[in-house]
Design a protein around this ligand. Sequence first.
Ligand code: GDP
Length: 202
Amino acid sequence: MRLLFARPWRFVRGMATVADLPFATGGLEVAFAGRSNVGKSSLINALTGQSGLARTSNTPGRTQELNLFVPERDAGLALVDMPGYGYAEAPKDKVDVWNDLIRAYLRGRPNLRRVYVLIDARHGVKKNDEEVMTLLDKAAVSYQVVLTKTDKLKPGGTATVLAATIEAIRKRPAAYPEVIATSSEKGAGLDDLRAAIAAILA
Ligand code: GDP
């Protein structure tokens, strides 16, 4: 695990439309999904220890492609940064393109081993998170919920949100029963998430 995330990672390419989806690195994939601004880029950067890898932005909805990252020394694994969903102010035609892309990717990706569904610990599971989880349940794609930004909660707040989130996914067939609580800013939970990803390769 230390080796996997100690090596430098690099951006391979983005996939912006369904027509780009035949592209694959040949290895397994784990993908990161979540509402715009959930802290997805920050989490990928924190996991790899590379602050400039995934592009963070204060402009919600800026990451509109599926972006693939691999370690510089091949490990048979790619990380996939998915476009954020649920950005209310995005024009409808754009939203439709994202939705088609996300759906096509999640339904038909043979090497996709797990999706990490990121949930902002302050907001909990929202309607569009439920929709994505239902899509994953139907496609039988294994996923695990990751809480982000737990440093923004009051002391003791993480346990409450964790319990509520575990309850919210309890009956979902493709959901991993455990939820990982993280803070990219403070580093909390990152080793747990790294270990979970490394276990997929093992
Ligand atoms: P993305 O749109 O999901 O890729 O989200 P970003 O990674 O760009 O983060 C969105 C905003 O949340 C930025 O202002 C980040 O600085 C902030 N953020 C991300 N992760 C954390 C965290 O763990 N703690 C705190 N306090 N803020 C965070």
